[in-house]
Design a protein around this ligand. Structure first.
Ligand code: ATP
Ligand code: MG
Length: 475
C-alpha cells in the first residue's frame, strides 16, 4: 500500500468540500441574479411598451384613424417595436424593426419571448392596450384598441449577471485559498505533538529505554491511547529485555564458572604424574562437575521454553493436581528415606487445574526437592492440595533451616542461591524457584513463599479454577 500524508488528505478533502460549496454558491447566485435582473428588465420592458401606447394619437383624418406620434417616443435606439391598430394596420415601428413576421405578432398578450436580431439576443413582449383619443369630446373620448410588440436586447443584462456571478466565484475562490492555507497551518500545528511523540519514540533503543511522552502529546485526548500503549509496550519490552540480558549474562557466568571448575580439576590432574586412583577420582570429579553443568543447561532450557511458550496459541490442559503431587512425592520417596524424612501428602481427591502436565510435575518436584534439601533429618514435609472455592491451592511446608529475611525477596530471581555454601552441597543452580514462578505465571496462578530462619519454609501456589481461563495475557 502506498504511503500517504494525513495532512494532505485532510486538506484536499476540506478544499474539495469548499470548492463544491463555492460552485454551488455561484450557481445559486447565478439563478438569483438572473431572476432579479430579468424581473426588473421585464418591468422596464412593460414600461417602455406602455410609453409607446401613450404615443398613439388621433390621426385626425377622414377615416378616424389613429397614428403613432414620433415626437412623444423617447426610446433607446437599439430597442425594436411595432404598433398595430385593431384592424392590423401598422401605426409605426422602430427603425431596426425586423420586418413583418406574422408569427411574432400572434404571440399571446403579456407573454415574453426570446429572439435574435442581427446576431443580438432580445427579450420581447406583446401587449394589447386601449388608447383613448380625443378625450375632450363628450363621452370621455374614443377608445382605440392597439397592439404593441416591444423588444430590448438582453446581452447587457447577461453581462451584469455574469459580472455578479464572477464576483461571487472570485470571492469564494479567494476564501478557499485563504482557508486552505489556514487549514494547512492549523493541521501542521495540530500534528506537531504527534511528530514530537514519534521523535521521542524513535529515541528509544536497547541502550536507552527512557520514554517520556511530550507534555503536548499527553494533553491531546486522541493521542492518549497511543501514548498509553507506547508506554505500556515499552515498559514491558524494557522489563523483558533487561530480564533476558541479565539471564544471558548470568547463564554465561554460571557456565564459565562451571567450565573453569572442570578446567582447573583437569589442570590439577595433569600437573604431575598421578596414581591410577588419583586419576580415577579426578575424572569422577570432572564427571560430577559436567553433570552439574548439564543440569544447569537443562534448567536454563526449561526456563526458556516455559517463557517462550507463553506466546504460543493456547491449548487447554486439565491436569489433576492431587494426582501429580502424589506421583512426584512417590518419586522422591527413596530420597526422603535416605535422608530420614517423611513426605506427608494430603489431597481432597481430584483437583483439576489448567496446567500442562509436565510443567505441573516440574513445579511439584522443584518445590518438594527444595523442601527435601533444606529439611533436617527426622522432620516431615507437608504437601497439601486444597480446593478453595473454584481455585486450587498447593502448600508445601517444611521444618527446615528457613531462608534469611534478606534473601527472601530474591529467591525467585534467576540463579539466586540463598547460601552459596549450602547450595554447593545441594548442587543448586538457583533456577528451581525461577522455573516455578515462570510456570505459575504462565498459567495465571500465583506463588508466594513464607520463611523464617530456623522456623521452616512454606510455599503457597494458587491456580484459578480449571476452565476459568480462555486466554492468557502477554507478560
Ligand atoms: P536449583 O533448584 O536450581 O537446583 P536452588 O535450589 O539453589 O537450585 P531455588 O530452588 O531457586 O534454587 O532456590 C533458591 C534459593 O532459595 C535456594 O538456594 C535456597 O537458599 C532458598 N530456598 C528455596 N527453598 C527453600 C526451602 N524450602 N528452605 C530453605 N531455603 C530454601
Ligand atoms: Mg531448588
Amino acid at each position: 500500500m502506498k504511503s500517504y500524508s494525513i495532512t494532505h488528505r485532510l486538506i484536499i478533502t476540506v478544499l474539495l468540500v469548499e470548492l463544491l460549496s463555492a460552485i454551488s454558491l455561484s450557481g445559486v447566485a447565478m439563478l438569483y441574479e438572473r431572476h432579479v435582473r430579468f424581473r426588473s428588465f421585464d418591468i422596464m420592458l412593460r414600461g417602455r411598451a406602455d410609453s409607446l401606447l401613450g404615443a398613439v394619437q388621433d390621426a385626425e383624418d377622414t377615416q378616424d384613424n389613429v397614428m403613432l406620434d414620433g415626437t412623444e417616443k423617447n426610446l433607446p435606439t437599439e430597442d425594436i417595436y411595432q404598433v398595430q391598430d385593431a384592424s392590423g394596420r401598422v401605426l409605426g415601428h422602430s427603425p431596426n424593426w425586423i420586418g413583418p413576421d406574422p408569427g411574432l405578432l400572434t404571440v399571446k398578450t403579456g407573454r415574453f419571448l426570446r429572439l435574435s436580431v442581427n446576431g443580438a439576443h432580445y427579450r420581447a413582449l406583446r401587449i394589447e392596450g386601449l388608447r383613448i383619443v380625443d378625450p375632450g369630446d363628450k363621452g370621455g373620448g374614443i377608445p382605440r384598441r392597439v397592439s404593441i410588440f416591444y423588444g430590448a436586447p438582453v446581452d447587457r443584462v447577461w453581462k451584469d449577471i455574469w459580472k455578479a456571478v464572477g464576483f461571487y466565484a472570485i470571492t469564494s475562490l479567494s476564501l478557499l485559498a485563504v482557508s486552505g492555507m489556514l487549514i494547512f497551518w492549523l493541521l501542521n500545528r495540530g500534528l506537531a505533538p504527534l511528530r514530537e511523540l514519534a521523535a521521542e519514540a524513535a529515541g528509544v533503543s536497547v541502550d536507552s529505554w527512557n520514554f517520556v511522552p511530550p507534555q503536548r502529546a499527553r494533553m491531546i485526548r486522541e493521542l492518549a491511547p497511543l501514548t498509553g500503549a507506547l508506554e505500556t509496550v515499552l515498559t514491558g519490552l524494557e522489563h523483558s529485555f533487561v530480564q533476558q540480558r541479565r539471564f544471558v549474562g548470568d547463564a554465561a557466568h554460571e557456565l564459565k564458572t562451571a567450565v573453569a571448575v572442570v578446567k582447573s580439576s583437569l589442570q590439577l590432574l595433569t600437573l604431575r604424574q598421578r596414581t591410577a586412583l588419583e586419576y580415577e577420582r579426578g575424572i569422577e570429579r570432572c564427571q560430577m562437575d559436567c553433570e552439574r553443568m548439564e543440569d544447569a543447561v537443562a534448567k536454563m532450557l526449561t526456563l526458556a521454553r516455559v517463557e517462550t511458550n507463553i506466546e504460543l496459541p493456547l491449548s487447554r490442559f486439565a491436569t489433576d493436581l492431587s494426582e501429580t503431587l502424589g506421583q512426584v512425592s512417590q518419586q522422591f520417596e527413596s530420597m526422603a528415606e535416605l535422608k530420614h524424612l517423611r513426605i506427608l501428602v494430603s489431597t481432597p481427591g481430584p483437583v483439576m487445574v489448567n496446567v500442562e502436565p509436565e510443567q505441573l510435575q516440574l513445579l511439584c518436584s522443584n518445590l518438594l526437592l527444595n523442601a527435601l534439601q533444606h529439611s533436617p533429618a527426622g522432620s516431615a514435609i507437608r504437601a497439601v492440595v486444597r480446593q478453595v472455592g473454584s481455585a486450587a491451592e498447593l502448600d508445601i511446608e517444611d521444618d527446615g533451616d528457613g531462608i534469611a529475611p534478606q534473601d527472601l525477596p530474591h529467591v525467585f530471581d534467576r540463579f539466586y542461591r540463598g547460601d552459596p555454601s549450602r547450595s554447593r552441597n545441594t548442587g543448586g543452580t538457583g533456577l528451581g524457584l525461577a522455573i516455578c514462578k515462570a510456570i505459575v505465571s504462565r498459567w495465571q496462578g500465583t506463588i508466594e513463599i513464607a520463611s523464617g530462619l530456623g522456623i521452616g519454609t512454606r510455599v503457597m501456589v494458587r491456580f484459578p479454577a480449571s476452565g476459568d481461563r480462555l486466554q492468557l495475557p502477554l507478560r
